[in-house]
Design a protein around this ligand. Structure first.
Ligand SMILES: Cc1ncc(COP(=O)(O)O)c(C=O)c1O
Length: 379
């Protein structure tokens, strides 16, 4: 008999009335009216050439061929240009940032190594890292550290077996992000101790200001890139990893998708990067405006607060612990109203009981409806 492996928990709790996470996700997916504030996805795109590029490829029947295994060179180059990491870097196209995170942990870690992650944080990284080594999850839910894994916290928690540090910037779920000075300190830590830094920049384009770890410590950084959020292409499952040719070469030896990533999605991704500067400002503007509306509503409530404001992501945390409100009950209530949000336990083992996470790259009309229902339930 085969029993499930005992890796770090993936935190897929099943909401009320559902038997499995899959049943729940199938339910929210199939409800066409559902307001999607639960997965930091982006529902603000209209004309951007992505549909036309994918349809063109489908109509020609190109999908009966395999794509180049590491991705179309055009897409690989566009991603590097988008980041300004043109010389001395290589790219691998993957089925989402998720596959890149898996490959990265698999490639770098030996069984006696540990990875430093943070709580709250993106727990899938903890899960992957625990398959190949150990995980040291550091609590960051406090003002003193600015709700982020600081260089100081990394120094305090690392030991001789630390090989990897996870820097999610901006951070899911809080929206905290790093300054240039902090990145310089991480560079020192990485170089002094010969460790690697995962720089997950999934939410980069929502940030007011953003700096890439790879510009400071290129030899020690693996950058994780996603098409799911700013590009609004979550269902197409496409992303990338960018690092030095040496690291990418090493990852080549452990590839899963040896026959390449969905070519229709890649054609869509090429169109998305090419059209980025036509739609980026509009999406950022609406997202920032929506965030302000939610903040204004939260400020009306006693003992409820947003720990990181403004958030540099398209999501934020609303802490309701001191108001004696259970975020899970709030999420269930909102789901009944047709709004999908996420209680904290999805992104935190230690602080999940304190907060609800909401994302807001959605039409402002929907945000206003959320506010109405949220104030109602909190009242
Ligand atoms: C920090 C972070 N990294 C990666 C991902 C997954 O990205 P993808 O959809 O490209 O696999 C997410 C999704 O929410 C995320 O929050």
């Amino acid at each position: 008999m085969i029993s499930p492996k005992k890796y770090a928990r993936t935190a897929k709790k099943v909401p009320k009335g559902f038997e499995t996470p899959n049943e729940f996700f199938n339910y929210v997916y199939n409800d066409e009216e559902m307001i999607w504030m639960g997965q930091n996805t982006n529902h603000l795109h209209n004309e951007n050439g992505v549909v036309e590029a994918m349809m063109g490829c489908i109509k020609k029947g190109d999908y009966s061929k395999y794509p180049p295994p590491e991705g179309f060179p055009e897409l690989k180059e566009l991603i590097r240009e988008d980041l300004g990491l043109v010389h001395g870097f290589d790219t691998l196209i993957t089925a989402g940032g998720t596959e890149s995170l898996y490959l990265c942990t698999n490639d770098i870690l030996e069984p006696n190594n540990n990875t430093i992650t943070c709580d709250p944080g993106y727990l899938i990284i903890d899960n992957f890292a625990s398959r190949f080594g150990n995980v040291k999850s550091v609590s960051i839910y406090n003002k003193e550290c600015g709700y982020k894994l600081t260089p100081e916290l990394v120094r305090q928690n690392m030991d001789e077996n630390t090989k990897l540090v996870s820097l999610i910037d901006p951070l899911n779920p809080l929206g905290s992000s790093y300054t240039k000075e902090e990145l310089k300190e991480f560079k020192e830590i990485a170089e002094e101790n010969d460790i690697y830094l995962i720089n997950d920049i999934t939410y980069r384009d929502f940030a007011r200001d953003h700096h890439l770890m790879a510009k400071y410590a290129p030899e020690h950084t693996i950058t994780i890139y996603s098409f799911s959020k700013i590009y609004g292409m979550a269902g197409l499952r496409i992303g990338a990893m960018i690092s030095t040719p040496e690291i990418i070469n090493s990852v080549r030896s452990i590839l899963i998708n040896d026959l390449g990533t969905n070519l229709v999605a890649q054609k869509g991704a090429i169109a998305a990067v090419n059209s980025k500067y036509e739609w980026l400002d509009r999406i950022r503007r609406i997202t920032h405006h929506n965030q302000k509306l939610i903040k204004k509503a939260v400020d009306q409530l006693e003992n409820v607060f947003i720990p990181v404001y403004p958030s540099d992501g398209n999501m934020m945390v609303i802490d309701m612990y001191d108001a004696d409100v259970n975020p899970r009950e709030v999420a269930d209530y909102l789901l009944d109203k047709g709004i999908f949000t996420r209680e904290g336990s999805y992104t935190s083992k230690r602080f999940g009981h304190r907060y609800l996470r909401v994302s807001y790259s959605i039409p402002t009309k929907q945000v206003k409806y959320f506010i109405e229902c949220f104030l109602e339930v909190m009242g």
